[in-house]
Ligand binder design. Sequence first.
Ligand SMILES: [Zn+2]
Length: 157
Amino acid sequence: MPVTPPIAAYLPYGSVGEPRANLRCGLIPRAFLAQIIDHFGAALPNEAAAFIVWDEDDRRFLLDFPQIDQATPSRLVYRTPVLPGNRHIVCDIHSHGHGRAFFSATDDADDAHATKIALVIGRLGGPDSPEFASRLCAGGMFLPLPRSPFEGYGHDA
Ligand SMILES: [Zn+2]
């Protein structure tokens, strides 16, 4: 991913090419997303959260529903799991309940110090549900994701 605007000078590194996001863990099985959406739907009208974790030793994904300290329809306080060195947080996902999917000022503050994919799922339980917002958080930057990290999706989720 380009992390700065292009520099207007000759640089010896070649072309950056098209934006792409190749995850070392590969794409996340789509069944995880269905499970998360079910979990978020069951928590309505409150917000809820989930983490997708990758175990690099056995190369498996795990779903982690974190400890929730506070959940209301407009506020959620949850704890990022503390993982052993061989496990990595790939996605930090939370719902906005019936509300729109977007990154709030609180989300920006929460994501400022992490390297992960952040996903917000909103408009749950409605006729045109759900709605997704996603970004890559890295080094304090929020970068657009060129594609969904889940198997079987193009650019939408
Ligand atoms: Zn949020």
